[in-house]
Design a binder for this molecule. Structure first.
Ligand SMILES: Nc1ncnc2c1ncn2[C@@H]1O[C@H](COP(=O)(O)OP(=O)(O)OP(=O)(O)O)[C@@H](O)[C@H]1O
Length: 367
C-alpha cells in the first residue's frame, strides 16, 4: 500500500501514529486517518501493537497492512502485531420499509436479460465478501431457475425449521442461504402468478432466522417484473448491482434494470460485465465472443461505475456446476481478484451511504 508521506527515523508513538494514519487503502483515496480506523497503538521493546477498526470487512488486507506498517515505521514485519476489527452498521433503505432482524444490509443483484451470469456473480461476490471477514447471506429469489443451492454447494441440504421459521442453510464458507429451490418444485413455480411469486419471496426473507448477517445478496430473477416490484415496495434494499454481458441485446435490458432501480430510489452501486472476453486455453488468444466493452460503455453512458469485467472462463463454469466457488477463488487467483475488487468497491460505497437509525429509538405505539 502506498504512503502519503515517508516517516522520519527514530520514532515516537506520535510519529508512528502519523506514519500509520498516512497509509492509503488499496484502490481508493481513503487513508487510515480518513477512516478514523486507528483505535489502539502501543510500542514496547521494538514491537508495535496496532488495532484498526473499519466500517467494512478488511481481513483480506491483513498481510498488506502489516507490510505497509512495517515500511512506514521502519520496523520488521515480525514485530508488527495487528488486530483488525470491523463494525458494520445498517444503512438507509427506501422510505417506509423497515429493516429485518438479523440482516444489516441487502444488496440486490439484478440483470435485465436471463443467462448473463447473475447467479454466478452473486455466488462469487458472496464468497469474496465472506473471505474478507463479513457475515454473508444469499437469498435466491430466482423463482424461474433457482441455482444458488447448486452454486453454493448446498443442493443436498434442506433448511431446518424452528419456532415456525426456517434456519438458512450454511455452506462451507459460512454463507447463510435460502432459496425458493429448497421449498418448492421449480416445475410448479414457473407457472405461478405474480402475487404468489411475491409472497414466496417475502416468506423466504421474513420467515427465516438470519444469524447476524452483515450483507445479504438477493439473486433476482431476470427482468423487471413482479419480484422486482415486491423488492422495491416491501424489502429493505440498501443498494443494487447490475450484471450484463457486453452484447447489445443484454445491454438494452440492463439499461431497463438500471432505470427501474433509479425510479424506485434504490441506489445502483455499479455494473458488472460478465463473459467480457474468452481466453483460449490452448493458445491464450483473447476473443470478445459477446462483443467488447459493452458494459463499460453502458456504465459511461449511464454514469454508473463499472465494477469488474469477468472473462468467459471454463473454470468458472465448472466450479459453478459443481458448487465449488470457494475452491475456484483459491486456485484461480486472477478471477478471485476480479471478484474481490468488485466486492471491495461495493462495500466501500455502502459504507459512504447514510445510516439507518430506525432501530436506534424505541418504537412507541399510541393506542
Ligand atoms: N464468466 C463465466 N464464464 C463461464 N461460464 C459462466 C460465466 N458466468 C456464468 N457462466 C455460466 O453460464 C450459465 C448461466 O449463468 P447464471 O445461471 O449465473 O446466469 P443467470 O443470469 O443467473 O441466469 P438466469 O437468467 O437463468 O437466472 C451457467 O452455466 C454458468 O456457470
Amino acid at each position: 500500500m502506498p504512503l502519503k508521506q515517508q516517516p522520519k527515523k527514530g520514532f515516537s508513538v506520535e510519529q508512528i501514529q502519523t506514519a500509520i494514519e498516512a497509509i492509503v487503502l488499496p484502490n481508493s483515496n481513503r487513508t487510515i486517518a480518513s477512516e478514523k480506523a486507528l483505535t489502539k497503538l502501543t510500542q514496547q521493546d521494538g514491537n508495535i501493537h496496532v488495532t484498526l477498526r473499519f466500517a467494512y470487512p478488511v481481513a483480506h488486507l491483513q498481510d498488506a497492512f502489516i507490510q505497509a506498517i512495517a515500511q512506514a515505521t521502519d520496523t520488521p514485519a515480525s514485530n508488527i502485531h495487528l488486530t483488525l476489527e470491523n463494525k458494520i452498521v445498517t444503512h438507509k433503505v427506501q422510505q417506509g420499509v423497515n429493516t429485518i432482524k438479523g440482516v444489516k444490509n441487502i444488496i440486490a443483484i439484478a440483470s435485465g436479460k436471463g443467462g448473463v451470469g447473475k447467479s454466478t456473480t452473486t455466488t462469487n461476490l458472496a464468497i469474496a465478501l465472506s473471505k474478507m471477514g463479513a457475515r454473508v447471506g444469499v437469498l435466491d429469489a430466482d423463482i424461474y431457475g433457482p441455482s444458488q443451492p447448486t452454486m453454493l454447494g448446498v443442493s443436498h441440504l434442506q433448511p431446518e425449521q424452528k419456532d415456525g421459521k426456517f434456519i438458512p442453510v450454511t455452506n462451507a464458507a459460512g454463507i447463510q442461504t435460502m432459496s425458493i429451490g429448497f421449498l418448492v418444485n421449480t416445475d410448479q413455480a414457473v407457472v405461478w402468478r405474480g402475487p404468489m411469486v411475491s409472497q414466496a419471496l417475502q416468506q423466504l426473507l421474513f420467515q427465516s432466522q438470519w444469524d447476524d448477517v452483515d450483507y445479504l445478496f438477493i439473486d433476482l430473477p431476470p427482468g423487471t417484473g413482479d419480484v422486482q416490484l415486491t423488492l422495491s415496495q416491501k424489502i429493505p434494499v440498501t443498494a443494487s448491482v447490475i450484471v450484463t454481458t457486453p452484447q447489445d441485446i443484454a445491454l438494452l435490458d440492463a439499461r431497463k434494470a438500471v432505470d427501474m432501480f433509479a425510479k424506485v430510489n434504490i441506489p445502483i452501486l455499479g455494473i458488472i460485465e460478465n463473459m467480457a472476453t474468452h481466453i483460449c486455453s490452448q493458445c491464450g488468444h483473447a476473443e470478445a465472443i459477446f462483443g467488447s466493452d459493452g458494459g463499460k460503455m453502458l456504465s459511461e453512458n449511464l454514469n454508473v461505475p463499472l465494477l469488474a469485467q469477468l472473462p468467459l472462463s471454463l473454470p468458472i463454469r465448472q466450479a459453478m456446476d459443481q458448487g465449488q466457488g470457494v475452491d475456484l477463488q483459491q486456485t484461480e487467483t486472477a478471477i478471485a481478484n476480479l471478484y474481490q475488487q468488485a466486492t471491495w468497491q461495493i462495500i466501500l460505497k455502502i459504507s459512504d451511504m447514510g445510516k439507518d437509525f430506525s432501530n436506534a429509538f424505541p418504537k412507541i405505539v399510541i393506542e
